[in-house]
Design a protein around this ligand. Structure first.
Ligand code: GDP
Length: 297
């Protein structure tokens, strides 16, 4: 289960303190030592951990907290609030363009779940927001990527625009958007190429598509199981493309939590959705507060 180790360790640290009636500064410090280790072991970025521990400690060691009626509860509340803040605080929604169709670009490395997530997102928009999305197959390099998206489209009964793999992705994106306008589609989701590693050719292609397609949202799809690698990938994509949000996949696996807890803080960009399985309805909006409560138990 995701976050299992982290959850257990954080809960243990809190419980130890909860058993005490009155708590001292030393108790808070001891608890925070354990919290720090739990976060580091969950593969949370070390700078993020340092900042988190500092903030929680400063807020907890004040007189109002330690002298209050239920100091341990107050401290736990602070941990919960700061964990929520770390993941972005408020839930963030999908932005729409002032003029239809809204273009969403899906980017990410191969295997992260980009193509599947493009389908999931189309399904989500139709089902939850009553939209008329269209998918565009602009990943012309990975063998079978176009076919994969077409199959997903068939399963969902959502149209997929494709032009084979002999036309440039920029042109496919452009024609796809034209087609969406003709057919009065209000969302265009472009599945772009992923590669095994970030390279210049990939980024140039993506910046070209961005310049032309003028997307309202650029969602980076990253695999939660890859921990700090996911965070590094997010940093690079964000530097080059100024992404608008992250979709964290494979949260149904036993990810330790590092990516979920670090990405927002490191990139400044919110996690918008999480992938919770291989099925096309396994996409959930990301609620920082619920996630924090789930981790803290
Ligand atoms: P792409 O190369 O980034 O386009 O990746 P794909 O969409 O082909 O996905 C790679 C694999 O990850 C496929 O087997 C997907 O079914 C799987 N996958 C994608 N998202 C999730 C998820 O949220 N949970 C799980 N368990 N598997 C996922």
């Amino acid at each position: 289960m995701a976050f299992e180790g982290l959850s257990e360790r954080l809960q243990a640290a809190m419980n130890k303190m909860r058993r005490k009636g009155k708590i001292s500064e030393a108790d808070v410090k001891e608890m925070m030592r354990e919290v720090r280790l739990a976060l580091l072991e969950a593969d949370v970025n070390f700078k993020v951990v340092k900042e988190f521990v500092k903030t929680v400690s400063e807020r907890s060691i004040g007189e109002e907290v330690l002298e209050s009626l239920s100091p341990s509860q107050q401290v736990i509340k602070i941990v919960n609030e700061e964990l929520t803040a770390l993941m972005g605080g408020e839930q963030s929604t999908i932005q729409t363009a002032p003029k239809s169709p809204t273009v969403i670009m899906m980017v990410g490395l191969q295997g992260a779940g980009k193509t599947t997530t493009a389908g999931k997102l189309a399904n989500y928009l139709r089902k939850n927001q009553n939209r008329r999305p269209m998918l565009v197959a602009a990943d012309i390099y990975r063998p079978a990527a176009i076919q994969q998206l077409e199959t997903i489209g068939e399963q969902l009964d959502i149209p997929v625009f494709s032009m084979g793999n002999q036309v440039s992705p920029v042109e496919i994106a452009q024609k796809g958007i034209e087609k969406a306008k003709e057919e009065h589609r209000d969302f265009v989701i472009i599945d772009t190429a992923g590669r095994l590693h970030i390279d210049e050719t990939l980024m140039t292609e993506l910046t070209d598509i961005k310049a032309l397609a003028n997307p309202t949202e650029i969602f980076l799809v990253v695999d939660a199981m890859t921990g700090q690698d996911a965070v590094n990938v997010a940093e690079s994509f964000n530097e080059q493309l100024d992404i608008t949000g992250v979709i964290l996949t494979k949260l149904d696996g036993d990810t330790r939590g590092g990516a979920a807890l670090s990405i927002r803080s490191v990139t400044g960009k919110p996690i918008k959705f999480t992938g919770q399985g291989e099925k096309l309805d396994a996409l959930e909006p990301f609620y920082p507060e619920r996630m924090a409560s789930r981790i803290l138990g």
